[in-house]
Design a protein around this ligand. Sequence first.
Ligand code: SN0
Length: 322
Amino acid sequence: MTMRKFFYVTDIGDLNAALEEARQVKADRLAWRGLGAGKTIMLVFFNSSLRTRLSSQKAALNLGLSPIVLNIGQDSWKLETGLGVVMDGDKSEHLREAIPVMGCYCDLIGVRSFAGLTDREADYAESVLQQFVQYSGRPVISLESATVHPCQAFADLITIDEHKRRPRPKVVLTWAPHPRALPQAVPNSFAEWMVAAGYEVVVTHPEGYELDPRFTAGARIEYDQMKAFEGADFIYAKNWSCPGISVPEQYGRILSNDGSWTVGARQMAVTDDAFFMHCLPVRRNVIVTDEVIDSPRSLVIPEAANREIAAQVVMKRMLESL
Ligand code: SN0
């Protein structure tokens, strides 16, 4: 299947085929090292990164694809992303020129650009990433954009597929408190991918944190965290700020810092000996207790390791589609 962009679960097509390809890549990651020879991927970061940056570079190197990393605002001019802006402030260059220039020097582009969390419409239209699609002339991978983090969700799917004890595991996505307002990209994509995989998906959070139904359709929403955890096979913790579904003015705000939602032994005790998952970076003893993240049921490191595999499958398919 040809692949020109990687934002949504539908961009990867059949998930069983994608998982099979992930297994092949994992079994011999250098088998396609000729595929990317002489080609370049530009990895553009508007925000910080550890796993995404390293796993994307590693995946590219496995394919013989040369990565070029650009940190916007540090290594480059500060870029204006809004349209129609009078550029008399601190931004020296507009995306409208920067994107086609970057496109001249590479074959694939990956972009990290977090939600601004002030303008829901602009964030949910993925306005920055759409400009990359429109003006670069290259296949574009979201490396966490305003509303999605597909590389993370694919790695999570691989990890669950490797650890599941039954064909249709119960997978619980739980909100947890955090001192800062964080994007909805990770929970959006996680819910979207888990529903698409056909798993039993439960999303639990305090009232007001309802995610956009375009990502959660098919999942059960449960406001009682303990009830949600009952009999679970996988617990996926993540903080997110208010998605602004019922009250649009609350978009991007922190509505709760209720410490009873921190995932600890009390909640894990009612699961079916569930695995614990988090995309990282994680605030210990805010999102999850030391006891749970340090337990043998924690999958946070295998999940991170699978980021390389997920990224490699996506880049491989894009190279095969050129
Ligand atoms: C990002 C997020 O979307 O929630 C990236 C996750 C992959 N996380 C953060 O920005 C955490 C920052 C913090 O201060 O803990």
